[in-house]
Design a protein around this ligand. Structure first.
Ligand code: F3S
Length: 277
């Protein structure tokens, strides 16, 4: 069995930055409360919890005067302000690319555009962006969701940082019909584009791809979908124990790729295990 590791792959700039901030703050303050899971990788979160991190779902669960951490996906403006009022220190790990989408959404709203976000409405990044603008915003996952409506005047389109550019293009082109003005910001981040391109190159050279990442990670799901759409079967695992020997045995060249929240130690551990197998 030959093994080819995608390049670039694994942890992105924003997640690496958030983890470094978190580790620095844990070393300084000892205990920290993260508002929502800080990244979408259960194994890395478990490691951070062992260092003193506590994950809570709401600000009401954070004791007064303690240290709060804002995840890479960002939060709503109200949550950020509330954390500032209640906590002694707020460590803001919001990825700068996510902050850029929040700012662009605010700007579009101020300029009178009806904001459309291409993405998953259940994802924390989208919930955070929605919490920076008014209630008229529409979130859609694909061009099928663009409804024929009466003539529209101004539509401003943005997308989740981990979307596929192709999906954004399809939604935007559908809005051009029946709209006076469409402004589109391609807010897919560079790390996402690079990882999606690297999996396309990898798919051309292998019989199957092992994709490592949290089952709750949107960008890992995109990698799996891209691989399968190119006719290359993917095995999506979070950890080494999930590797399926039967699946591996049938293939001569295996690719390995990892989502943007997958830590380096986990990627190395799984590559080591695959080499052994
Ligand atoms: Fe930031 Fe892109 Fe990673 S938005 S968190 S660099 S996937």
């Amino acid at each position: 069995m030959n093994l080819v590791v995608a390049s670039p792959t694994g942890m992105c700039f924003g997640v690496r930055r958030a983890i470094e901030q978190l580790e620095g703050a844990l070393a300084k303050y000892g205990a920290i409360y993260a508002l929502g899971s800080p990244i979408h990788n259960p194994q890395e979160v478990k490691r951070l919890v062992s260092l003193g991190l506590e994950v809570v779902e709401s600000i009401t669960q954070i004791p007064e005067g303690s240290v709060a951490f804002i995840r890479a996906h960002g939060v709503s403006r109200a949550e950020l302000e509330e954390a500032g009022r209640k906590c002694g220190v707020v460590v803001d790990g919001t990825c700068p690319y996510v902050r850029n989408v929040q700012h662009k959404a605010e700007q579009l709203e101020e300029e009178g555009y009806r904001v459309v976000i291409v993405g998953d409405s259940r994802h924390p990044e989208i919930k955070g962006i929605l919490g920076h603008i008014g209630s008229g915003t529409v979130v859609m996952n694909g061009e099928d969701e663009v409804k024929p409506e009466a003539r529209r005047s101004k539509i401003g389109i943005l997308c989740q940082t981990t979307q596929r550019e192709e999906t954004l293009a399809l939604v935007a082109s559908k809005f051009i019909i029946n709209t006076d003005e469409v402004r589109v910001y391609n807010t897919v981040c560079g790390a996402t584009i690079e990882r999606q391109s690297s999996i396309r190159r990898l798919a051309a050279a292998v019989d199957g791809i092992v994709i490592i990442g949290g089952k709750n990670s949107a960008n890992t799901r995109e990698l799996v979908e891209i691989s399968e759409s190119l006719g290359v079967p993917a095995m999506w695992v979070e950890q080494a124990e999930e590797l399926n020997r039967g699946w591996l045995r049938d293939r001569r060249t295996i690719g390995v790729a990892a989502g943007g929240s997958t830590p380096d130690w986990l990627l190395k551990e799984i590559v080591r295990k695959l080499k052994k197998l």
